[in-house]
Design a protein around this ligand. Structure first.
Ligand SMILES: NC(=O)C1=CN([C@@H]2O[C@H](COP(=O)(O)OP(=O)(O)OC[C@H]3O[C@@H](n4cnc5c(N)ncnc54)[C@H](OP(=O)(O)O)[C@@H]3O)[C@@H](O)[C@H]2O)C=CC1
Ligand SMILES: CC(=O)C(=O)O
Ligand SMILES: [Mg+2]
Length: 576
């Protein structure tokens, strides 16, 4: 594509010519053959329900299959939002939305795009967590692709059963660490499905390019093993060589089937496999671990934005983490890397400003021998400290970040210790879902007497304290991965590089305005997410070009406009 012409989008593969046509130009609703009549209405990619026009009803053998009325997509949206709001139980909303996705894909995405702040907590954290826990009981139609130990030796055949050929992003889990809810085995499928619906709604990657996959190697969750409605393999988890071989077959099959440029996002693997898989495949595949890298990028963005409130540079601050796993050490490492970029100091020096606490207390040098490899760089010289509150008093952090997966860990005592040390204590509770959050928005503003800068992984409602309404920001990797993935796709990047994560952080931080700061926010609202994602995509793509990792040439002149032009629009198309 010519770098200056944005009337025809071409970055994200446009198999059916939907984007190549302008909005008022008719397109053909392709399946393998032309879909018509009953099968057209039953195909979620093409179904419009009552919005099929008179002309379409004639041309596509729909007469009599629908009642006479013709609705606009806007009216359908209004009706569905009204219906959704009638449900008091979040899981009912989730089920209604999943049914819609299976029935009328464009209408589902139209709802998500137009009502992102209201519906994000339904298709994503916290409700998706409950949905995964009860996935067997609420299961109606399968979504995504299941690869289990039964398919060993046949994974390529399994991939070929997926109906779409033009896959650009895969989100894959093995279900061992679903949010902070632990091992949910095969029922973790709700996570790749939810993440990919955000790739489309928030990042504009077309639905047909998205493939959710769950790898089922068993589960160690006794409750699920004894649950008569459990949908997965009823056996304990495969480990060691058996696990590694299955994963290797999967990674090879993906490359063989979809080529080099399919982005594989690892999601909610337990840390003993997550770090290993990322290290093993990052030089041969286009891989990204959302929990390690996406989370790091979103938190760094929040910190960069917060510096405007806190003062100083990143290197002037001291950081303490509760939780030293994927999220904690991933964030810590990206902060240290950014400090190095800013100061020129070696990364080892910067790491000394960052401390982590795990389930055994502060990570210190005397524990080094027994630490998992990803914790070792954080074992600084200090006497052992068991309790978080004592670690706060000893380390005197300016920033406290919760990545433990355990709720209610930031007690009043901990918060008061932070507030005694800092005029504006920055305290993030990243753990999901809401039940696992280290503290709540109400606790944050009350215990700190309105001084804390608060952000959380799952959403909290605004809270009024002392006459002022504080709007809690959501520090969730959902800000990053959709735009990051779009940037990778539009540039045709062949590998993920840490500098691309830094570029994403910078792009997100730049979207925070004075108006947001005044409300207590260090992230922009999700209602602007498509614009935010386009900016992230542009910066990520620009970095990929700069690093020589981009294969989509020539580089478009205006990458923001180009990213926007590549985004999927959920508006109905007219059928000829
Ligand atoms: N907001 C967001 O965007 C994201 C949020 N998360 C959330 O972060 C949480 C952690 O995820 P992840 O890092 O992948 O999980 P990991 O299992 O990799 O790490 C959890 C860490 O927390 C520590 N820990 C557990 N219990 C305690 C405790 N009582 N006191 C102190 N430390 C404790 C563990 O210690 P030990 O090593 O000793 O076992 C471990 O170091 C989850 O709830 C997840 O939902 C994750 C990614 C993104
Ligand atoms: C948000 C996310 O990726 C997690 O909690 O695992
Ligand atoms: Mg995750």
């Amino acid at each position: 594509m010519d770098g200056g012409d944005y009337s025809v989008a071409g970055g994200v593969e446009d198999v059916y010519g939907e984007d190549a046509a302008s909005m008022d130009q008719p397109v053909t609703p392709w399946t393998v053959s032309v879909a018509s009549g009953y099968s057209l209405m039953r195909d979620p990619r093409h179904n419009k329900g009552l919005a099929f026009t008179e002309k379409e009803r004639d041309a596509h053998y729909l007469r009599g299959l629908l009642p006479p009325v013709v609705l606009t997509q806007e009216l359908q949206e209004k009706k569905l939002m009204h219906n959704l709001r009638q449900y008091q139980v979040p899981l009912q909303r989730y089920m209604a939305l999943m049914d819609l996705q299976e029935r009328n894909e464009r209408l589902f995405y139209k709802l998500l795009v137009d009502n992102v702040e209201e519906l994000l907590p339904v298709v994503y954290t916290p409700t998706v967590g409950e949905a995964c826990q009860k996935y067997g009981s609420i299961f109606r139609r399968p979504q995504g692709l299941y690869v289990s130990l039964k398919e060993k030796g046949k994974i390529l055949e399994v991939l070929k059963n997926w109906p779409q050929r033009s896959v650009q992003v895969i989100v894959v889990t093995d279900g061992e660490r679903i949010l902070g809810l632990g091992d949910l085995g095969c029922q973790g499928m709700g996570i790749p499905v939810g993440k990919l619906s955000l790739y489309t709604a928030l990042g504009g990657v077309r639905p047909s390019a998205c493939l959710p996959i769950t790898i089922d190697v068993g589960t160690n969750n006794e409750k699920l093993l004894n649950d008569e409605f459990y949908i997965g393999l009823r056996q304990r988890r495969a480990t060691g060589q058996e696990y590694a071989e299955l994963l290797h077959e999967f990674m090879s099959a993906v490359k063989q089937n979809y080529g080099e440029k399919v982005l594989i996002q690892f999601e909610d693997f337990a840390n003993h496999n997550a770090f290993e898989l990322l290290a093993r495949y990052s030089s041969s595949h286009l891989v990204f671990n959302d929990d390690i890298q996406g989370t790091a990028s979103v938190v760094l963005a929040g910190l960069l934005a917060a510096l405007r409130l806190l003062g100083g540079t990143l290197a002037d601050h001291r950081f303490l983490f509760l939780g030293a796993g994927e999220a904690g050490t991933g964030i810590a490492e990206l902060i240290a890397l950014e400090m190095s970029k800013q100061t020129g100091n070696p990364i080892e020096e910067n790491r000394k400003k960052i401390w982590l606490v795990d389930s055994r207390g502060l990570i210190v040098d005397s524990r080094k021998e027994s630490l998992q490899h990803f914790k070792k760089p954080w074992a600084h010289e200090h006497e052992p400290v068991k309790e978080l509150v004592d670690a706060v008093k000893a380390i005197k952090p300016t920033v406290l970040i919760g990545t433990s997966g355990v709720g209610k860990q930031f007690t009043k005592e901990v918060v008061e210790a932070m507030a005694a040390l800092n005029e504006k204590p920055l305290i993030m509770a990243l753990s999901n879902p809401t039940s696992q959050a280290e503290w709540t928005a109400e606790e944050a503003y009350t215990w700190s007497e309105g001084r804390a800068i608060f952000a959380s992984g799952s959403p909290f409602d605004p809270f009024e304290y002392d006459g002022k309404v504080f709007v809690p920001g959501q520090a969730n990797n959902a800000y990053i991965f959709p735009g990051f993935g779009l940037g990778v796709i539009i540039s045709g990047a062949i590998r993920v590089h840490d500098d691309m994560l830094l570029a994403a952080s910078e792009a997100l931080a730049l979207q925070v305005t004075e108006e947001h700061y005044e409300k207590g926010l260090i992230y922009p609202p999700f209602s602007d997410i498509r614009k935010i994602s386009a900016n992230i995509a542009a910066k990520v793509a620009a970095k990929a070009y700069e690093l020589g990792l981009a294969s989509h040439l020539p580089q478009p002149k205006d990458l923001v406009k180009y990213a926007e032009s590549c985004m999927y629009s959920p508006k109905y198309r007219t059928y000829r």
